[in-house]
Ligand binder design. Sequence first.
Ligand SMILES: NC(=O)C1=CN([C@@H]2O[C@H](COP(=O)(O)OP(=O)(O)OC[C@H]3O[C@@H](n4cnc5c(N)ncnc54)[C@H](OP(=O)(O)O)[C@@H]3O)[C@@H](O)[C@H]2O)C=CC1
Ligand SMILES: O=C(O)[C@@H]1CCC=N1
Length: 258
Amino acid sequence: MTQISVVGCGNMGGAFIKGLQESGEHTVTACDVDPDVLDAIAPYCDETTTELSVAAEAEVVVLAVKPDLVGAILPDLELDADQTLLSIAAGVPTDLLESETDARVVRIMPNLAAEYGMMAAAATESTVTDEVRAILDAVGEFVEVPEAQMDIATAVNGSGPAFVFYLINAMAKAGVDGGLSEADSRTLAAQTFKGAAETVLNSEKSIEDLIEAVCSPNGTTIEGMEVLWDSDVEAELGEAVAAAEERSKELARDADGE
Ligand SMILES: NC(=O)C1=CN([C@@H]2O[C@H](COP(=O)(O)OP(=O)(O)OC[C@H]3O[C@@H](n4cnc5c(N)ncnc54)[C@H](OP(=O)(O)O)[C@@H]3O)[C@@H](O)[C@H]2O)C=CC1
Ligand SMILES: O=C(O)[C@@H]1CCC=N1
């Protein structure tokens, strides 16, 4: 059991705390400047505080504030070499974090599904300790990638949930246009994405072969797939990922210039 504090309990910090609480494997102190945010997260953690000095006592300090606040807050934490700083801030490079703290630094890019133990995260390779591995395992899956790949990982798995929510919404709207109730269509679309994702994760088939498996000869799916193959959907999604990756690189340049 590791003592963890989370500094910044907004969307991502809050999701991380809820996922950790569900796993029941760690003690968690929630730290935020907003007392209302702390009231909302209190049922999911062991302690709440507005004081950075209290958060700074944990073995692992998760820094979950906006990227532009990292440079100001990190030195104030005054962490020691026997502590770990787990940064989730988009675009803030490991070497910059290391220059502002004595703690061991692990940079990760998590996503919102940590709340439900379904996070997909990327962690900078060679920095992940067993202690951090246990924390990440408690709220989902992670891969270790070179630091240079953190911007593209940020786009794929950090921003990715928003892109997938968009696609689920498009599918659900099409169901409503076809006559389904909003509630039924939302359930069918979301469960279909979840089931398709589970299938990809568990099957040894290529994704192309999985598409083929749904396309019965002269059936319904192939008619829809012909529309998708003739469309720009794949290119547009690629552009969305590239735009998010570029913004992560910009954030890194901004952080470096501070
Ligand atoms: N949202 C997401 O899906 C993901 C976000 N991230 C990263 O997580 C970080 C947080 O993003 P997100 O959760 O969206 O942002 P939010 O704005 O939702 O949360 C940040 C929280 O930190 C609080 N805060 C500000 N200053 C301090 C301080 N000095 N001490 C303690 N708390 C403070 C904010 O309070 P107030 O609002 O009052 O300023 C707010 O409650 C970012 O670095 C982002 O890159 C990474 C992966 C996914
Ligand atoms: O939009 C953002 O900047 C953060 C980082 C990845 C997801 N949300």
